[in-house]
Design a binder for this molecule. Structure first.
Ligand code: ADP
Ligand code: ZN
Ligand code: ZN
Length: 756
């Protein structure tokens, strides 16, 4: 638990328990974040404690383990040999053994043992050994004099200590510099030449890549356009205005440099800066750029850090030692003080919305903090979200525009290839004639290509051509995906795995076929078609290991491969000057998803990935393959026409009553039994009363993926414009649900859901 305040005398009339101890002597959440957590709990219909949890690095989360303590001699026969020799045992050790648990419960009833919670010792800080000379230069000189000629190690040690001139170094550094081993230093300590000590050592992620003061990059001289965009932001930093800016800048227009200048300005003013990016592991280049400019002042926060690294970065921020934070969604809670600017790059990205409790959107939290700190919030994107652009059009955000690429190159021409005739003419290949010859052409010229396989959507499945049977996950309404590396069919939602069948499980026909495409399959085809091409494949499978993502990108950057083949994870933020061709293998899989944002996501994705081509002085080219060449999202991405797309899509949203014309809330109930889930959702609907006249309630309906991880899902979508009663109604409903429903009912209230 967290102590969030003291209430004396208490207004609570139940039985109170005493605090058994404090885990931290200083507050782990500062007053600002405490206030934010309270607001967030209310805003996202979450428990207050889950909001505090979300803000903190793992090691600071209160952890305890359940232990069993023996309070009486145990005379009866038990199978719990674990009891021998100790008076305490970790409950987790027996938890999976129902017999053991039932015996423990029996013993507890008999008063022979007690269950207790014990705080887990959190090894939070990493300490390293240091050495300090215990004698001054002249004393060491005497030591050297007195040493025997062949006491080589001692001579080297004493000389090394002399060189340190009284300074403290870590033992590791000392070993490296002197070439002596730790035994030598221990010997030195025994002789009284040196003292050993301990200091705290920060675990800095990727610390090898933090440049020193001298290596920092110089700010680039801004172009006129960049100056124009930066000026109002800087003005608001100076005047401490909490205005929101929306910077719409085409890919390669130099948005990052504008961010860096804004950050530098805040720092110069003695303030701190927060830069949010969609997923750090996917955009390592921006981290390098920020670190390259601001060096060790930068802290990096993202989900792939070890908990120690994360905690240390958090502490560097908390102590004011790092005043620039770069990070993904959760970095929006960085304990920075005196923030001068908050920047959110690629503000349209759906990863800014947390998909789990608490279901917050980082943009909204950033807005809250910008108001708290009286600092501007700068949202940047080549393809702003409809919500944000509509706000800018309405004058709620100040619109800033970078319409041209820095290199004055036009955006790369995009060719749309209709795959229907291609397939008929050449059979089932993932490569059209044009794409193949373009790839070939780059190989000749020693230029590089990026190939994206849009895997979002329900592609990749096994179907029997005799009976039409599709192999599905036993736990979810999802078809299984074939993985050749493990020779299994996998569910990407629950992790279920089974062997690849050789005959149809339904009719035993051998006529089973695999539809859809995975990166693995494409890589094989590519190898067959262009055997001389060196291909790097990038997807969840090849990047699972820590650091692999960055490693593969660095290899590609060093031209150790000709083609980077990947899923959506390669669409963002990459800036490789030698890449002149971008190919999208299947532009339309994202369009099949039952989601009102499907077109917007497709447009964004195509625009993003196209922006990877021709970023330096060489001309770029983009080839998009599709089965829906007339789809407006594809057509307008081809034309680089955001304005037209915005107008078209807004029209559709207006007619269908979707955001940004309406706000939405999703209510979802789930249960292992389908009829229980349905019962709950109908019960909840009956509680939606007293709402505004133009508030629309859709459903209940089963969710698009009606069954997931052995649970059934039913949902209601609420659409509203302005409904003062709704928030309270939902809050009350949540309280009601917590009291009324059994524990196996799960209820979700998701404000501004990303998917329906
Ligand atoms: P965006 O983030 O808008 O896609 P980037 O910030 O990656 O664009 O900029 C594209 C390229 O232009 C980068 O290689 C960057 O170093 C370069 N660049 C940006 N601003 C300037 C400038 N003022 N002068 C010279 N080069 C610049
Ligand atoms: Zn599953
Ligand atoms: Zn069959």
């Amino acid at each position: 638990g967290f102590i969030v305040g003291l209430d004396e005398p208490t207004s609570y009339d139940g039985q109170l328990k005493p605090l058994s101890g404090l885990m931290d002597l200083t507050p782990v959440v500062n007053p600002e974040l405490l206030e934010l957590s309270k607001w967030m709990a209310d805003d996202t219909y979450s428990f207050w404690i889950s909001c505090i949890y979300t803000m903190l690095p793992n090691v600071l989360k209160a952890q305890s383990k359940r232990v069993v303590r023996i309070v009486d001699e145990i005379d009866e026969q038990t199978s719990l040999n674990l009891f021998k020799g100790g008076d305490e045992l970790d409950f987790a050790d027996v938890q999976n053994d129902p017999d053991a648990v039932s015996q423990l419960l029996k013993l507890r009833r008999a008063g022979k043992i007690r269950f207790e919670y014990q705080v887990v010792d959190r090894a939070k800080v990493k300490m390293v050994t240091t050495i300090t000379p215990a004698m001054d230069f002249l004393q060491l000189e005497d030591v050297l004099h007195d040493l025997r000629k062949n006491a080589k190690v001692q001579q080297r040690l004493a000389a090394y200590l002399q060189n340190l001139q009284g300074h403290t170094v870590t033992l590791m550094q000392a070993e490296k510099e002197s070439g002596l081993n730790s035994a030598a230093f221990s010997m030195g300590m025994k002789k009284g030449w040196l003292k050993k000590g301990q200091i705290e050592r920060y675990r800095i992620p990727d610390s090898g890549r933090v440049p020193s003061e001298r290596e920092l990059t110089k700010p680039l001289k801004l172009t006129h356009d960049q100056e124009q965009v930066l000026a109002p932001v800087v003005k608001d930093i100076d005047q401490e205005q909490a205005q929101t800016f929306l910077l719409r800048g085409v890919t390669g227009s130099g948005k990052t440099e504008v961010y860096l200048h804004a950050i530098a300005h805040a720092l110069k003013k003695g303030q701190s800066a927060l830069l949010l990016v969609p997923e750090i592991s996917l955009t390592p280049q921006i981290v390098d750029q920020v670190r390259g400019r601001f060096g060790k002042q930068v802290a990096v926060i993202h989900s792939a850090l070890s908990s120690g690294e994360r905690y240390d970065e958090w502490r560097r921020i908390e102590r004011g030692e790092a005043s620039v934070v770069v990070g993904a969604r959760s970095a929006v809670f960085a304990p920075l003080k005196n923030i001068g600017i908050i920047i959110m790059d690629e503000e349209h990205e759906s990863s800014y919305k947390q998909d789990d409790v608490p279901r917050y959107h980082a943009r909204k939290v950033a807005k809250w903090r910008s108001r708290y700190h009286h600092c501007p919030l700068l949202l940047g994107s080549a393809t702003p979200s409809l919500e944000s652009y509509a706000r800018a059009m309405a004058g709620n955000y100040q619109l800033l525009t970078l319409a041209h690429r820095i290199n004055q190159q036009p955006l790369p021409p995009i060719q749309v290839i209709d795959m229907r005739p291609e397939i008929q003419a050449r059979g089932e290949s993932n490569f059209s004639t044009e794409l193949l010859s373009a790839l070939n052409d780059r190989l000749q010229k020693h230029e590089q290509s990026i190939l994206m396989l849009n895997r979002r959507g329900f592609s990749s499945f096994m179907m029997c051509r005799s009976c039409g049977y599709v192999l599905k996950c036993p736990n979810c309404d999802i078809s299984l995906t074939m993985h050749l590396d493990t020779h299994t069919m996998k569910c990407h939602y629950c992790g279920h795995e089974e062997p690849i069948p050789s005959v149809c499980p339904n009719c035993h026909s051998r006529q089973i076929r695999y539809y859809g495409t995975g990166t693995e399959k494409v890589a094989m085809e590519l190898h067959h078609l262009l055997p001389q091409a060196r291909v790097i494949r990038m997807d969840v499978d090849t990047t699972r290991r820590k650091g692999m993502h960055g490693k593969l990108l660095r290899e590609f950057g060093n031209h150790e491969a000709d083609i980077l083949l990947g899923t959506q994870m390669i669409a963002k933020g990459l800036d490789f000057p030698n890449v002149t061709l971008v190919g999208v293998l299947n532009a339309d899989t994202g369009l099949d998803i039952p989601d009102f944002r499907a077109s917007e996501r497709t447009f964004d994705l195509l625009s993003q990935v196209s922006g990877r081509a021709g970023r330096a002085d060489k001309k770029g080219q983009v080839i998009i393959q599709t089965f829906n060449p007339d789809n407006y999202a594809i057509r307008l991405a081809q034309a680089h026409d955001y304005d037209h797309f915005f107008a078209t899509e807004m029209n559709i949203r207006s007619q269908a009553g979707y955001p940004p014309y309406f706000y939405t809330v999703k209510l979802m109930a789930s249960h292992p039994e389908e009829k229980e889930a349905a019962k709950v959702i109908y019960d909840l609907k009956a509680h939606l009363t007293g709402l505004a006249k133009d508030t629309i309630i859709l459903g209940p309906t089963p969710r698009a993926i009606a069954r997931l991880k052995r649970r059934y899902y039913y949902q209601i979508i609420i659409k509203y414009r302005h409904d003062p009663a709704l928030h309270q109604c939902l809050t009350k409903m949540l309280q009601y649900a917590q009291q009324q429903y059994p524990r196996d009912v799960e209820l979700v209230i998701d404000p501004d859901p990303q998917y329906f």
